[in-house]
Ligand binder design. Structure first.
Ligand code: FES
Length: 240
């Protein structure tokens, strides 16, 4: 499903080489379809690179385009980040900064993360030079605080005073895991409703995601939240 307005329509993710056209599916929302199969909605997911192959007006740009870079985006999720420092994966000693802020003064501290509240999105930041590692979307993490006594197994060791960080990128198709189910204390991906348990190592509870959310172990140093170890597994997603 591309989004909830198209939930009654057959859909699939975009593939490299697709030629797309905009189409009304009779649901009140226009979407993309392949020129070879106009009955199936094609979901253009984050990281997809598109090329316009028609005339240059915006309307025409939206009317016909080709998928160039999905495979590269997916492959890039599987290999180490490039040497570009802002794209390198978080390292031990990195601070965290809220996604809305890139100021060194706003390196997150434990009191910035309220207990049992919806997660905050953050980037790692190299304290040497205050370099925010926002050059790769795969570095985005969600940060939340839970009662330490409710944390299970390795999760306790990865938490700093109950504060946990996980990759914000859903392993299914790369949407941001942006919904907090406060009643069940579960993380939810809004695209296809995969659920993850942050108290138990980001374990997949249900939904189409193929694996758990990677964790980013934290510690507290000099009053700041600091990355203690690299991601426990590769962040990102792979599509066939
Ligand atoms: S992208 Fe499909 S469940 Fe998250």
């Amino acid at each position: 499903m591309c989004d909830y307005s198209l939930q009654s329509i057959r859909s699939r993710a975009a593939k490299v080489g697709d030629k797309l056209v905009t189409k009304g599916f009779g649901t009140g929302t226009r979407g993309f379809a392949s020129v070879t199969d106009p009955t199936t909605a094609v979901c253009v997911l984050p990281g997809t690179e598109l090329a316009c192959c028609g005339p240059s007006t915006r309307r025409d740009f939206l009317a016909t385009m080709s998928v160039l870079g999905l495979q590269m985006a997916a492959v890039s999720a599987a290999i180490p980040a490039a040497a570009e420092p802002a794209s390198e994966r978080p390292k031990e000693g990195d601070f965290l900064v809220a996604v809305e802020s890139t100021s060194a003064k706003s390196a997150l501290e434990p009191q910035d993360i309220p207990p049992d509240a919806a997660p905050m999105f953050a980037w790692p930041m190299d304290p040497a030079g205050n370099l925010v590692r926002d050059g790769s979307r795969l570095n985005k993490v969600l940060v939340l605080r839970l009662d330490p006594v409710t944390l299970v197994g390795d999760t306790r060791n990865r938490a700093a005073d109950g504060i946990l960080a996980y990759s914000a990128i859903c392993p299914h198709a790369g949407c941001d895991v942006a919904v907090w189910r406060a009643d069940a204390k579960l993380l939810e991906c809004p695209c296809h409703a995969s659920h993850f348990n942050p108290r138990q190592a980001g374990a997949l509870i249900d939904g189409p995601a193929p694996r758990d959310l990677p964790a980013l172990p934290l510690k507290i140093a000099d009053g700041k939240l600091v990355v203690a170890k690299p991601f426990t597994s590769r962040p990102g997603f792979i599509q066939g």
